[in-house]
Design a protein around this ligand. Structure first.
Ligand code: PLP
Length: 313
């Protein structure tokens, strides 16, 4: 009888500065950590398995790589590879690693080619690393979370622009997470400098009121989330639900019929309470539930629309 093989602890390759490099050989010196994170930007992308076709699809790859390019440009990095070339590199890496299962993909650009100062302004061509690891989806598992509004204020465009995926922005996220988790909540909601709802530390927030889906605009101190725009489009086109992008007050969350977080990491995560106000009847709401089912089928390509959003590995 064949003994079941343990899954490898890591994939065989990472993509690093233009090459597929074996995992154990992809190392940097410990002193590089001094400052690598300061201006680093990254992406979070998911590939979902399609069990019927025994292959996996990367979800909205080109949109993610375009945003990666924008994040680098905002930090005045001049990458050696454009978004299209980096998309090809992601696929080459996934193929080299023989990926067929649900996999998280993490492109990461950092100033790491010499220089010892936090300024590093002269170093414009970033190093780029892409690595992958399997993840477990929470879609259709019934997972729900409680949230608390953090006393920390969301960073703003003229301080540290939350629009792009910068590692340092997570300092603000960490403060909010650490606070609310110690207070017994699963996740945080952060208000912006105008005291309006911005987002969760690592996901966008949407609420449902009287059949409408409402979410803060991209000028409210939020990351310009690809999942956010994906869901807004699918609510309108597939579920016939009206959507509104407008400022959201904190108390609207307390009185909402449904609340959920969304993002590549969060997928669609139902929120059952905010500051211990139960949302609706404290269960997953019907509109959230329909979106979870639809999103699940779309990302896996299960007889679902939006073919151009999926790239076969
Ligand atoms: C990545 C991220 C999101 C979600 O963005 P997606 O493009 O949907 O993955 C939301 N908020 C923050 C702070 C993030 O870092």
């Amino acid at each position: 009888m064949a003994t079941p093989q343990a899954a490898p602890a890591h994939p065989k390759y990472v993509w690093w500065n233009g090459e597929l490099v074996e995992w154990d050989h992809a190392t940097v010196h410990v002193t590089a950590m001094e400052w690598v994170g300061v201006s680093a930007v990254f992406e979070g992308i998911k590939a979902y398995a399609n069990p019927e076709e025994e292959k996996a699809y990367v979800f909205r790859l080109s949109e993610h790589m375009q945003r990666f390019d924008e994040s680098m440009r905002l930090m005045r990095m001049e990458p050696e590879w454009n978004a299209e070339q980096l998309s090809e590199s992601v696929l080459a890496l996934l193929r080299a690693n023989g990926v067929r299962e649900d996999t998280y993909i993490r492109p990461f650009a950092y100033r790491g080619r010499g220089g010892r100062s936090f300024r590093s302004a002269s170093e414009n061509a970033p190093s780029i690393l892409i690595n992958t690891h399997p993840f477990t989806t929470t879609l259709k598992t019934g997972k729900t979370i409680t949230t608390g509004v953090s006393s920390w204020t969301r960073i703003s465009d003229n301080v540290m622009p939350p629009r792009v995926k910068a590692v340092a922005n997570y300092q603000n996220s960490q403060l909010a997470w650490q606070e609310v988790m110690r207070n017994g909540y699963d996740d945080a909601i952060i208000l912006n400098e105008r005291h309006k709802v911005a987002e969760a530390p690592g996901a966008c927030v949407m609420l449902v009121k009287r059949g409408r889906v409402i979410t803060p605009p991209v000028t409210a101190g939020v990351l310009e989330s690809i999942t956010r725009s994906t869901l807004l489009q699918m609510f309108e086109e597939q579920l016939g639900t009206r959507t509104e992008e407008r400022e959201v007050d904190r108390t609207e969350l307390y009185l909402a019929d449904e609340v959920f977080l969304c993002g590549t990491g969060a997928e669609v995560t139902p929120v059952v309470s905010v500051d211990r106000y139960p949302v609706g009847n404290g269960q997953i709401g019907p509109i959230t539930s329909r979106m979870i089912d639809l999103y699940h089928d779309v990302v896996r390509g299960l007889d679902a629309p939006y073919d151009p959003w999926r790239t076969a590995i």
